[in-house]
Design a protein around this ligand. Structure first.
Ligand code: PEP
Ligand code: MG
Length: 572
């Protein structure tokens, strides 16, 4: 089976089919109330057994008790008399048990979510989880949650959302394969961050043929997925896997050294990170800074927008891990495609062209200012830069900068300490910004090319839609020309340009970008050792010549072919 090669690596092991169960409440006549009630009690007992075994399983695998404690909390909620009372009274009113469970847990969750105390508010999600478990049992469906994984497996799913993957235990996941998604979809980026092999865009039909327990072999470098591989194939791939891993180990040993071209020109290699854990990894893999700190994780999967103190604490912890290394923190970049539950996002025909990122922040002013206050306060004593996403013109950039000036004035007035003169830059991820870099340079201290969106918007190809995944070509001549134009215009204005889109970490693109004079490459931490190794192999003249030749080619296929030959020549 063939999908899109999304994250390098070979995995061999059993499949684990992950599917979100269909919890539609059936339409059926009500039975005797005591029968409905008995079904509730049986479901409660079954849920108790499931939670107990999950708890035991987690406790035996992890040292910390944090995760195990979640299942304890779920068990307590399950036995909470308020829940049983609500379900009983609904049943007595003539409502079937499935509906009664859904209503009762929804009501309890809404009550918790409304509490001012953050701890209780966060428990709303737990009650909902318990409700879904009971409903699933009542509907006679198996537990396919990822928290259920017991043996190291290859995850097979239609798609993986951020909340699905937050529950992943990396020790039990060998890799993942999804029906949907493209190279820069959430699951692909996550796989590269975790260093797990991934194949995306396999298509629903292919994924439907795989069952939990089926033996699989996946090659994340080519996108090949083999069902029931024979011994000879397994042996061959095992050998390749070992060779690859030992080569990477050797390369990793020199990752802490600076990246310099063969002529000694210094190029900064930084990491894209999301939270504390990935910051530590960035340091381990030789990141010289953070080229993109995505702050979305703080806002999604929550029942409330994070308050200033919470953000301050989290940003501070990350800045401290990075010490004096530069950290570019991006302001909130969310939209209607994945709205958080607590924000009123309109239903949009084209959420990727809609009310998102900086557009939303400029209107939701208190949300924006809370984030800016937390960033400026946490930045004291660190080398922090602020970056705005999705900017399309100078007015928008000036408006966003004004919010920083206002926030600074407010903090000064209140006598609250904050970092002064924090550099402010923008993502170049719309064709408009790429074309207007010279004008934007009047108000931007630096630029960072976001090629994930720049490719999507330049080619009019949805980055997450596997139907058009073949058209999603970051090495398309149109994208390359916009990248070149951005770098040249910024340099003419004396401004620095980095890249934090996925392209920056791809060996096939690095020689071209180096030749165009890109100042900083920011990527998933695990891609850093190989990127540095490659940069060291190239002289400036050689890279410039590769860039010039690539730019002269007329199609993405020709550029890909050309770069393949260059990498072979370089022994990569
Ligand atoms: C990009 O668009 O290239 C980028 C880095 O941002 P994100 O992937 O978060 O949209
Ligand atoms: Mg983007």
């Amino acid at each position: 089976m063939q999908g899109i090669a999304a994250s390098d690596g070979i995995a061999i092991g059993p499949a684990f089919r992950y599917a979100v169960p269909d919890l539609t409440i059936p339409i059926r006549p009500i039975e005797q109330p005591n029968i409905e009630l008995a079904r509730f009690q049986i479901a409660q007992e079954q849920a108790r057994l499931e939670l107990h075994s999950l708890r035991e399983n987690v406790a035996s695998r992890t040292q910390g008790d944090d995760l195990a404690a979640i299942f304890d909390a779920h068990e307590m909620m399950l036995d909470d008399p308020t829940l049983a009372d609500k379900v009983t009274s609904q049943i007595q009113e003539g409502i079937i048990v499935e509906q009664a469970v859904a209503d009762a847990t929804q009501e309890l969750a809404a009550m918790l979510a409304g509490m001012a105390d953050e701890y209780f508010a966060a428990r709303a999600a737990d009650v909902q989880d318990v409700g879904r478990r009971l409903l699933r049992i009542l509907l006679g469906l198996p537990d396919t949650a990822l928290s259920n994984l017991q043996v190291p497996s290859i995850i097979i799913a239609r798609d993986l959302t951020p909340s699905d993957t937050a529950k992943l235990d990396p020790d039990l996941v060998l890799g993942f394969c999804t029906a949907f998604g493209g190279l820069t979809s959430h699951s692909a980026i996550l796989a590269r961050t975790l260093g797990l092999p991934a194949i995306v865009g396999l298509g629903s039909e292919t994924v439907e043929t795989i069952k939990t327990g089926d033996m699989l072999l996946m090659d994340g470098a080519t996108g090949a997925l083999i069902l029931a591989p024979d011994e000879a194939t397994i042996t061959r791939y095992r050998k390749t896997k070992q060779e690859k891993e030992s080569r990477l180990l050797i390369i990793k040993a020199s990752a802490q050294n600076e990246a310099r071209t063969a002529d000694g020109r210094r190029v900064e290699v930084a990491a894209n990170i999301g939270e504390e854990e990935t910051a530590r990894e960035a340091v381990e893999y030789g990141a010289e800074g953070v080229g993109l700190l995505r702050t979305e994780f703080l806002y999604l999967n929550e029942t409330h927008a994070p308050d200033e103190e919470k953000q301050y604490r989290i940003y501070k912890a990350i800045f401290e891990i990075m010490g004096q290394r530069p950290v570019i923190i991006r302001t909130l970049d969310i939209g209607g495609d994945k709205p958080p539950s607590y924000m009123p996002f309109p239903q949009e025909m084209n959420p990727f062209l809609g009310w998102r990122a900086i557009r939303m922040c400029l209107e939701e002013t208190s949300l924006f200012q809370t984030q800016l206050r937390a960033i400026l306060r946490a930045a004291i004593g660190h080398n922090v830069r602020v970056m705005f996403p999705m900017i399309i013109d100078l007015d928008e950039l000036r408006c966003a900068r004004n919010f920083i000036a206002q926030t600074e004035a407010e903090l000064r007035r209140e006598g609250v300490a904050f970092a002064e003169h924090v550099p402010v830059g923008i993502m170049v991820e719309t064709p408009a910004a790429a074309v207007l870099t010279d004008i934007l340079a009047d108000a931007a201290d630096f630029f960072s090319l976001g090629t994930n969106d720049l490719t999507q918007y330049t080619l009019a190809v949805d980055r997450g839609n596997e139907k058009v995944a073949a058209l999603y070509q970051p090495l398309h001549p149109a994208v390359l020309r916009l990248i070149k134009r951005t770098i040249d215009s910024a340099h003419q204005k004396g401004k620095w340009v980095g890249m934090c889109g996925e392209l920056a970490g791809m060996p096939k693109a690095i020689p071209i970008l180096l030749g165009m004079g890109l100042d900083e490459f920011s990527m998933a931490s695990r891609s850093i050792p190989l990127a540095k190794h490659l940069i060291r192999k190239l002289s400036d003249a050689q890279a410039a010549q590769i860039a010039e030749h690539a730019l002269s080619l007329s199609s993405a296929i020709d550029i890909e072919e050309y770069m393949k030959s260059i990498l072979v020549e370089l022994g990569i």
